[in-house]
Design a binder for this molecule. Structure first.
Ligand code: DUC
Ligand code: ZN
Ligand code: ZN
Length: 481
């Protein structure tokens, strides 16, 4: 009888805490042994000259979301559900996804969560958790639904400071933050000033300035900076940690740095599009700029440098894709035609598969940070922040065998034709990256290997999340309770 179901031999194992040459023994979907040399595997993967890394966690992605009623861009169809989204993520070395269960106004939060379970069940190749989106914080949501849902393993939720159908007032955000504080849940905040960007949008439209490039003009850095500052202020008043999602540039990053220096418990995320794209990418001919339209929009080279610095020095905790999969066709970006105002174009771009390879190539290979920091940004920090560590996010005895075996030398030219999502473009077309995951295991099962899909659709399991880190005790500095 074999000692292990599988042994990964000869590779270099890296976690957020260190790098070591060792073999990994896997049985029953879990890591059961780490040693210089292991024998007795029913199967063996030779990982010589390879990096053996915890599978990535994409902690911010949108899958199978019906467009909220009332949005100008309403009606556009998400091209990826849990099947193609998780498949694509796996080919890029990601083994856990955390998309959103979105509450629409008038809907119960429980019903929203149940709806997204139906969308995921039987479809995902990978394990998944859910963040909730709270767009209607009624007394029932705050008083009954959230306590029950947090207990049931939904320990993070997102609120929006913009979007007609989602925006919450400051007072509502405070209500949500205070509830999260009581429950030990983590609130993620989309920080853009809705009134300012709406005012700018109306003026731009009145002047006939409606092409995709004006999307960026309508949401300048000041719109994000102000909202970031306000989000931090609200968190300070409520005395609760928050996580600011998809930080796009310098001024917002500066606000977060200042808040952290004051001892506030602010976590932050950025995304590859803000590291690689600029506002100029929205100004491509033939409506092509719409491919790079996301909110907040990409900024400039100076902001890119600030974000890279923040990834390196700990200002940012995670790098997520914000995968929002709209095709460049009449069901997606072109739903209202190529002459439509930027206001009507669905926001977002795809990135589940390219996220980790871009971070590895531009981060580790380019010498911006080491492999431990890569693992922290790619998986370990997300696992801790969202309460699934150490089951996910590390290579340790007892952890799930969610492992990506990377060839650190392999050079890949990113081509949409080679990706596994259902979107008909990638904003990173033609970019060369070095380093790519060759074999990706989820709980010991090979999901993909050498470019071939082996995983079984629907095998992915829902993950109940525990309490998020950081759960630093409330400071009690602001007396309001
Ligand atoms: N912005 C969001 O807030 N969500 C999805 C896509 C986007 O661009
Ligand atoms: Zn957002
Ligand atoms: Zn998003």
């Amino acid at each position: 009888m074999s000692t292990f179901d599988l042994v990964i031999s000869g590779g270099t194992v890296a976690t957020a805490g260190g790098v070591t040459r060792c073999d990994v023994g896997i049985t029953g979907g879990r890591i059961v042994a780490l040693a210089e040399r292991l024998t007795g595997g029913e199967r063996t993967i030779d990982a010589t000259h390879r990096l053996v890394l915890p599978g990535g966690i994409d902690a911010h992605c949108h899958l199978d979301q019906p467009r909220a009623k009332g949005l100008a861009s309403g009606g556009a169809i998400m091209a990826d559900g849990f099947e193609t989204g998780s498949r694509s993520a796996a080919f890029g070395g990601t083994t856990t996804i955390i998309p959103f269960a979105v509450q629409h106004r008038g809907q119960s939060l429980r019903a929203a969560v149940a709806d997204y379970h139906q969308r995921a069940t039987g479809n995902s190749y990978l394990d998944y958790a859910f963040h909730m989106v709270v767009s209607d914080p009624t007394a029932a949501v705050l008083g009954q639904e959230l306590p029950a849902l947090v207990k049931a393993g939904y320990t993070s939720l997102k609120v929006y400071m913009t979007y007609e159908a989602m925006v919450l007032s400051d007072r509502q955000i405070l209500d949500v933050l205070a509830t999260a504080r009581d429950l030990g849940a983590l609130v993620m905040i989309h920080a853009e000033n809705f009134e300012c960007l709406t005012w700018l949008t109306e003026r731009l439209e009145a002047a006939g300035k409606t092409e995709p490039k004006y999307h960026a003009t309508s949401r300048p850095m000041a719109v994000e900076r102000e909202a970031t500052h306000r989000a931090i202020t609200l968190a300070e008043i409520a005395d609760v940690p928050i996580l600011i999602v998809h930080v796009s540039g310098r001024e917002a990053a500066d606000e977060i740095r200042r808040a952290k220096a004051r001892g506030l418990n602010i976590r932050a995320e950025t995304c590859p599009q803000y590291l690689l794209l600029t506002e100029a990418d929205l100004d491509l001919p033939d409506f092509e700029g719409a491919k790079c339209m996301c909110s907040p929009p990409p900024r400039d080279k100076a902001s890119q440098a600030v974000l890279w610095q923040g990834l390196k020095d700990g200002l940012f905790d995670i790098l997520s894709s914000d995968h929002a999969p709209y095709r460049f066709d009449a069901g997606g970006k072109k739903l209202h035609g190529m002459k439509a105002s930027f206001r009507k174009v669905a926001n977002g771009l795809p990135g589940l598969e390219t996220r980790a390879p871009i971070l590895f190539s531009e981060g580790v290979v380019a010498g911006r940070f080491d492999i431990e920091r890569f693992v922290a940004l790619n998986s370990a920090n997300a696992a801790k922040i969202y309460g699934i560590y150490p089951r996910k996010g590390t290579i340790a005895v007892g952890a799930d065998a969610d492992i990506a075996i990377w060839d650190p030398e392999k050079k890949v030219v990113i081509r949409n034709a080679d990706l596994h999502h259902n979107v008909d473009y990638t904003p990173f077309e033609g970019m060369t990256v070095q380093g790519w995951p060759i074999t990706v295991l989820s709980r010991g099962d090979a999901i993909c290997d050498g470019g071939v899909l082996h995983g079984v659709k629907g095998r992915g399991q829902f993950l109940e999340c525990g309490p998020p880190e950081p759960v630093t005790p409330p400071k009690g500095g602001l007396a309001w309770t």
